[in-house]
Every structure is written in structure tokens, then in C-alpha cells.
Design a protein around this ligand. Structure first.
Ligand SMILES: [Zn+2]
Length: 103
């Protein structure tokens, strides 16, 4: 079976949180099986289908984040650097201007 994105709506029982406050503790929302989304007719998705739909949305969200990151880097609003940049050049944190990273 090929996964396809189903139209979903926010669960109004938990307002999309997937959890509701019980008497003693938070518990999974029974209205949406803890997913925060329901089918357009308001019924909950069963677990395998819920997991698949959330996985598809997570993957779309990750791709969108990556795309936005590339846009930010292209226009120069976000410097392209990782942890390695802290180890290159002199950070002037050591004695006498030496290179010190503390690890
Ligand atoms: Zn819910």
C-alpha cells in the first residue's frame, strides 16, 4: 500500500495537543488516539494509519525546514557554519591570545 496524505483536521477535544488532563495526570486523548488530528468527519485515525499520516507530515516539515534554511543561507541571513568554526582560527580565549576551546 502506498502512503498518501489524507486531509486531517485538528482534534477539538484536545485542541491538537494529543493529550488531555485527567483527574490525576495527563493522558492520551481518546478523541484522536493521541495524534492531535482527526479525519474530516471527526473520527480518530487508528494507530497504523495515524503513524503513517504523522510520519508523512514530519517528512514534509523536515523538507520545508531544509528549504527555508537554504533560503536563509542564500540571502546571507544565516551564516553557514557548524561546530567546526569554533575550532578554526584564534578565538583569543587562551592566555596570551592563545587558542583555547575548553574541551
Ligand atoms: Zn485529541
Amino acid at each position: 500500500m502506498r502512503a498518501c496524505l489524507l486531509p486531517l483536521e485538528r482534534c477539538e477535544v484536545c485542541r491538537g495537543a494529543g493529550r488531555i488532563r485527567g483527574i490525576f495526570h495527563l493522558m492520551a486523548c481518546a478523541g484522536c488516539n493521541g495524534g492531535g488530528f482527526v479525519k474530516p468527519d471527526g473520527t480518530a485515525l487508528e494507530y497504523p494509519e495515524l503513524v503513517e499520516q504523522l510520519r508523512l507530515r514530519l517528512s514534509m516539515s523536515g523538507a520545508e525546514r531544509k528549504r527555508l534554511q537554504q533560503v536563509l543561507e542564500r540571502v546571507g541571513l544565516q551564516p553557514v557554519e557548524g561546530a567546526v568554526s569554533g575550532y578554526q582560527g584564534n578565538n583569543k580565549k587562551g592566555a596570551g591570545g592563545a587558542h583555547f576551546t575548553g574541551d
